[in-house]
Write a new protein. Structure first.
Ligand SMILES: C[S@@+](CC[C@H](N)C(=O)[O-])C[C@H]1O[C@@H](n2cnc3c(N)ncnc32)[C@H](O)[C@@H]1O
Length: 283
């Protein structure tokens, strides 16, 4: 299975919001064009802020809700504990269906095999594997979502086949010495951003049987160049004049950092070049 990681809408890190320009206006106008705009003029949509914040936090006394004791501050530092990011990933049909197709169309690979799901999240990949006849699936998840995965496994009648283990792959004791297959969705922006590849390789070196499978087994990194003067103005030059103040010291930092965003196809100015192909069995 070759996973060519391109434009993943999952947004596994906070999305950067791009200012919209109104094409109908003769002159492009950004939200911050008038530095002296008053707060009353600007803040027309945030008057329910206090109310919204209290709605974010569930009733901590409600023991029937998994995660009810969590506050929005907990999720700020551990976004994978909240269902929102998992909803985005699951609704990324290209991402999730690719895994489903590979597993369902190659069920002979999984039949009666012991599978390790590295970073199981909601347990979706484990469920796919269990459904096609895996002998046992160990689903390791370090975030609070592990509790939900446990519940999901039970709800779907797979408690005998899937064992959810809450903790870090690097710290967990697996009940078996070896597994036949390791499956994981570890890819981040520009393939490596998520920094999870090391975890998959750690699991492979520790538990994978000789000639076992790592899925995906290949990953390719592509590079192309874009040109977008408006975007540069919005993201970089913005710091030169913020409400009439000079914040250009941040500009220096902002130009050094990568931005994650979607671009219009017409902004692409070079051909697309494959930089690197990695084979996860031998990396
Ligand atoms: C990109 S998500 C994929 C979730 C799920 N497999 C899916 O496809 O929807 C990666 C998951 O790996 C978990 N994770 C990251 N590093 C981990 C580690 N070292 N040990 C255990 N889980 C980890 C994260 O908490 C997150 O839920």
């Amino acid at each position: 299975m070759e996973h060519e990681y391109q434009n993943n809408p999952s947004g596994k890190m906070p999305q950067k919001i791009r200012f919209e320009y109104d094409d109908d206006e003769g002159e492009e106008e950004s939200r911050f064009q008038d530095p002296d705009e008053t707060i009353e003029e600007a803040a027309t949509e945030s008057s329910n802020l206090e109310e919204d914040l209290t709605m974010c936090d569930p009733d901590p006394d409600d023991a029937s809700v998994i995660g009810a004791d969590k506050t929005s501050a907990d999720y700020y530092f551990d976004s994978y504990s909240h269902f929102g990011i998992h909803e985005e990933m699951l609704k990324d049909v290209v991402r999730t269906k690719t895994y489903q197709n590979v597993i369902y169309k190659n069920s002979f690979l999984f039949k009666d095999k012991v599978v390790l799901d590295v970073g199981a999240g909601t347990g979706i990949l484990s469920l796919f594997c269990a459904k096609v006849g895996a002998k046992h699936v160990y689903a390791i998840e370090c975030s609070g979502m592990a509790d939900m995965a446990q519940e999901i496994v039970k709800l779907n009648g797979y408690s005998e086949v899937i064992t959810v283990l809450k903790g870090k792959v690097e710290e967990i004791e697996l009940p078996v010495a070896q597994v036949d297959i390791i499956i994981s969705e570890w890819m981040g922006y520009f393939l490596l951003y998520e920094n999870m590849l090391d975890t998959v390789l750690y699991a492979r070196n520790k538990w994978l049987v000789k000639d076992g499978l790592v899925l995906p087994d290949k990953a390719s990194l592509y590079l192309t160049a874009i040109e977008d003067a408006d975007y540069k103005e919005d993201k970089i030059e913005f710091w030169n004049n913020v409400y009439g103040f000079n914040m250009s010291c941040i500009r220096k930092q902002s130009i050094m950092e990568p931005l994650v965003d979607t671009v219009d196809q017409k902004q692409i100015v070079t051909s697309c070049q494959r930089l690197k192909v990695g084979n996860l069995s031998v990396l």
